[in-house]
Design a protein around this ligand. Structure first.
Ligand code: KE4
Length: 425
């Protein structure tokens, strides 16, 4: 049996940092990543056969837990009839119809293979549809790694963003304005200065890349009003929240209607599948109908669509989210009680199967506040829980996820473990 450390050393020889996505490397929390050998229900087993109760769920997709029998059956059946054709299939129509049924702000949807691809395409579509270059995003929101979105706030509203990554030319970053989440005065000033040049405003309606921060109702309303007033498109990045916080996503919880919605994660059920959609008018700008080019060899892949459809079929059953929300709240309230008993400040929020927590005195409303968290203490919490067999996100700015496979006993054992860990913090 290979140890996690042996595998990590071997991986680092052939894959940059030993991982195919940076957050998996445990850089923020330190230590050795767990190399997962197999998973079932709410549990993961690593290469050393240690079992973990999983609160990452592949960063959101595994809303049914791992290896749900109906999903596995649908995937196996799809595999047996062909892996990929590069031609249209009926199942893509079925999945598109199912998505549109639950997200009424979309009249048409294009399937792609990753959230990054969906967000990147949504920006190109907004620019093509409006003939404008600039876009607004918010500090702490992550929309995948397309160049235009790897940008941090400039020195002021008049100046534009600066790249957060090497390899992103300033000429690209300059069209991106980065604002503070939940800051209405700043939002209004940005529209006054640049509104007529804005193609879109892209936002995570519940920011899962800042752990869990809701756009306040007045802020979300103002984003909608200003986009309408200035003719910019409001883009909700629901890659994480779509079908995770509710069947209709965060937009159904908030009652705000975006012009474009970006989806991913849950709609693929763990397979590479994402999507973006909007009105017929907006989506008709996309090739082959319109002049905005967008394409993909594996877009709408027949195995991925089978996995997504099987997942959506189960989560759209009555009371699915009522039960899931209950399990999530059982966890978050249990953690809060355990932390408070240990004298540790603990704020938490959740919606559906997505949650966040902050060892802070107040629930933060923006990125700067989130980053005041005592990260060494968070790291001790993370490792303490990992040692006890409970796998939380290896970074304090990441959200957590509960699946329908998590039982009361699973959640209660996590809370018991947390009480022991909090006592050591
Ligand atoms: P992907 O390209 O990773 O499929 O999706 C990018 C993306 C877009 N929008 C939102 C709101 C997202 O959360 C993501 C990806 N989320 C991260 C976790 N916060 C994925 C984990 C990773 O990068 O490995």
């Amino acid at each position: 049996m290979n140890s996690n450390l042996t595998l990590f050393e071997r991986a680092k020889r052939v894959i940059p940092g030993g991982v195919n996505s940076p957050v998996r490397a445990f850089k923020a929390v330190g230590g050795t990543p767990r190399f997962i050998a197999h998973a079932k229900g709410a549990y993961l087993w690593d290469a050393e056969n240690n079992r973990y109760t999983d609160y990452i769920g592949s960063w959101g997709p595994m809303i049914l837990g791992h290896g749900h029998p109906s999903v596995v059956e649908a995937v196996v059946k799809a595999v047996e009839t062909g892996l990929s054709f590069g031609a249209p299939t009926e199942r893509e129509i079925e999945l598109a119809e199912e998505i549109l049924k639950h997200v009424p702000s979309m009249q048409m949807v294009r399937l792609v293979s990753s959230g990054t691809e969906a967000a990147m395409s949504a920006i190109r579509l907004a620019r093509g549809a409006t003939g404008r270059k600039k876009l607004i995003k918010f500090e702490g929101c992550y929309h995948g790694h397309a160049d235009a979105l790897l940008v941090k706030a400039g020195s002021g509203l008049a100046t534009f963003g600066n790249p957060t990554s090497a390899g992103v030319p300033p000429e690209v970053a300059q069209h991106t304005i980065v604002l503070e989440y939940n800051n209405i005065p700043q939002l209004e000033e940005a529209f006054t200065l640049h509104g007529k040049e804005l193609a879109c405003l892209m936002i995570e309606p519940i920011a899962g890349n800042m752990n869990f921060i809701r756009a306040s109702a007045p802020f979300a309303k103002r984003c909608r009003e200003l986009c309408t007033e200035y003719g910019a498109l409001l883009v909700f990045d629901e890659v994480m929240t779509g079908f995770r916080v509710a069947l209709g996503g965060a937009q159904s919880v908030m009652g705000v209607v975006p012009d474009i919605t970006v989806l991913g994660k849950v709609i693929g059920g763990g397979m590479p599948l994402a999507a973006f959609g909007g009105s017929v008018d907006v989506m008709s700008h996309l090739a082959p109908l319109g002049a905005v080019y967008q394409a993909g060899t594996l877009s709408g892949n027949p195995v991925a669509t089978a996995c997504g459809l099987a997942t959506l079929k189960i989560i759209s059953e009555p009371n699915f989210y009522a039960h899931l929300s209950q399990q999530t709240r059982r966890l978050t309230q249990g953690l809060k009680n355990a932390a408070n008993q240990a004298g540790i400040p603990f704020q938490t929020d959740s919606e559906g199967g997505m949650f966040g927590f902050f060892m802070l005195d107040e629930l933060p409303q923006n990125y700067a506040k989130v980053m005041t968290t005592d990260s060494p203490r968070f790291n001790r919490f993370f490792h303490g829980m990992l040692e006890k067999g409970h796998y939380f996100a290896p970074a304090l700015y990441e959200a957590g996820f509960v699946s329908s496979a998590h039982t009361n006993a699973d959640v209660d054992s996590t809370v018991t473990a947390a009480a022991e860990v909090f006592a050591t913090l």
